[in-house]
Design a protein around this ligand. Structure first.
Ligand code: GDP
Ligand code: IMO
Ligand code: MG
Length: 430
């Protein structure tokens, strides 16, 4: 019996939330291990939609423990407001079923101010198109060893000192960028107002996970973003500021690498990306537009229109390798219903040479051209299919071709946003 890590294998929004929710039925504990409220994970259960940003997707199921791991950056106000929203949908959230790692770092209003100021200062093509949630600046502070952590909220004097030195650093930057500076006392007072409630969820999460491991409880690790947004392996610098690969599940939750278990890469049957940066298979025509309309490709977090394109088997095969993906969950197959022909990117062309990987250089990433293979589409609907037998032969062929090209099996298939419109091919927990 294995634990499972769910990660995105493309540029995010592959449908991780839906799959984590489905798999959480088989798990005891669900842990988020990186990212923050830049993530937007959508669950649809009996027609009710839940949009989760910081809360692990296991939260909606009774009897499961949800952990916000040490690798996550936590905006405490965003968290409290999300708890409020989700509670209003009838979900029970309390310190018994939600745990925040005491060593997770905080996102403060200054991080959002710096995120916005730097984005505004970047010129046209250099803009990253961040979610503006302060993710990058918060991770920078963590690595620079001036970050403020959940456990610091218990010690107001130290908290004040840390805030003062943090603000000294950031206010100088903000002033230099011509932005408004942040008042230390105001942030300190705001933090003190919520510290008790935040601390009520704070626990020694690595110990809880260790106990779960020892007692053979099943742990589901929930990634955010996707491998192509990984700070090392993605389309740098057009990436997020954390590692999104499965290795981060161990570091970002405080378990050994072997505890992570099976790595399930969530993979959309085509490709989308929000924000700027290279996207070799992006379509600027009616087909791109129609993928966006059929797939409702608007960001869960920022509402931005997602860029759309054909399936990029080169990028996904690379993601499979650098992230150690054991099997994929192919999502949104239904969005491809009705096309006469479907294209799959099987290689790139760079300077008139055919290559089989995405190079690291941002110049080369912007220059690669997709080499397509064309396969037949299908006219029947796959929407809501719950078994292989319900899939048209051409859809099955498409899935098989994807498996071949990415050299990885399809473990699950998803055919609508609804929880149960899911086909299990083999159980990642076994
Ligand atoms: P995540 O960030 O990876 O969790 O993905 P998002 O929730 O941001 O975006 C995926 C969107 O596709 C959500 O609106 C889901 O409800 C929806 N979705 C997930 N799986 C499927 C599917 O198989 N078919 C369709 N049509 N929609 C899906
Ligand atoms: P989920 O978990 C898609 C993108 C942003 C931007 C870049 C950096 O829902 O798949 P950041 O705010 O992280 O500094 O922005 O990363 N991005 C996402 N794109 N899905 C996400 O999360 C994303 N989280 C960040 O659009 O291009
Ligand atoms: Mg999303």
């Amino acid at each position: 019996m294995s634990n499972v890590a769910v990660i995105g294998s493309q540029w995010g929004d592959e449908g991780k939330g839906k799959i984590v929710d489905w798999l959480s039925n088989r798990a005891d504990v669900v842990v988020r291990f990186q990212g923050g409220h830049n993530a937007g994970h959508t669950l649809v259960i009996d027609g009710v939609e839940y949009k989760l940003h910081l809360l692990p997707s296991g939260i909606v199921r009774k009897g499961k423990i949800s952990v916000i791991g040490n690798g996550v950056v936590v905006d405490p106000w965003a968290l409290l407001s999300e708890i409020d929203i989700v509670k209003k949908l009838g979900v029970d959230i309390n310190p018994d079923n939600l745990i925040i790692s005491e060593n997770a770092h905080l996102i403060l209003p200054v991080h959002q101010a710096v995120d916005h100021a730097f984005e505004a200062a970047r010129s046209g093509n250099n803009k990253i198109g961040t979610t503006g949630r302060g993710i990058g600046p918060a991770y920078e502070d963590k690595v620079a060893r001036r970050g403020i952590r959940i456990c610091d909220l218990a010690y107001p004097e130290i908290l004040k000192e840390k805030l003062e030195s943090l603000m000294l650093h950031h206010n100088a930057l903000l002033r230099g960028l011509g932005a408004d500076v942040i008042d230390v006392n105001e942030v300190y007072d705001k933090l003190c107002n919520i510290s008790d409630v935040i601390l009520s969820y704070a626990k020694v999460s690595w110990k809880i996970l260790d106990e779960a491991r020892k007692t053979q409880k099943k742990i589901l690790f929930e990634g955010a973003q996707g491998v192509m947004l990984d700070v090392d392996h993605g389309t740098y610098p057009f990436v997020t500021s954390s590692n999104t690969v499965a290795g981060q599940a161990a570091a970002g939750s405080g378990v050994g690498a072997r505890t992570v278990g099976y790595v399930l890469g969530i993979t959309k049957a085509y490709t989308t990306r929000v924000g700027t940066g290279p996207f070799p298979t992006e379509l600027f025509d009616d087909i791109g537009e129609s993928l966006g309309v059929r797939g409702h490709e608007f960001g869960t977090t920022t509402g931005r229109k997602r860029r759309c394109g054909w399936f990029d088997a080169v990028a996904v095969r690379q993601a499979v390798r650098v992230a150690g993906i054991d099997g994929i969950s192919l999502t949104k197959l239904d969005v491809l219903d009705g096309y006469d022909e479907i294209k799959i990117c099987v290689a790139y062309e760079l300077n008139s040479k055919r290559i089989d990987y995405l190079p690291a250089s941002q110049v080369e990433q912007a220059a690669v051209k997709p080499v397509y293979e064309t396969v037949s589409g299908w006219k029947e609907s796959t929407r809501g299919a719950r078994s292989w037998a319900e899939l048209p032969a051409e859809a099955v062929k498409y899935v098989r071709r994807v498996e071949e090209l990415i050299e990885t099996p399809v473990a699950m298939l998803s055919t609508s946003p609804e929880r149960d419109d899911t086909i299990l091919v083999h159980d990642p927990f076994r």
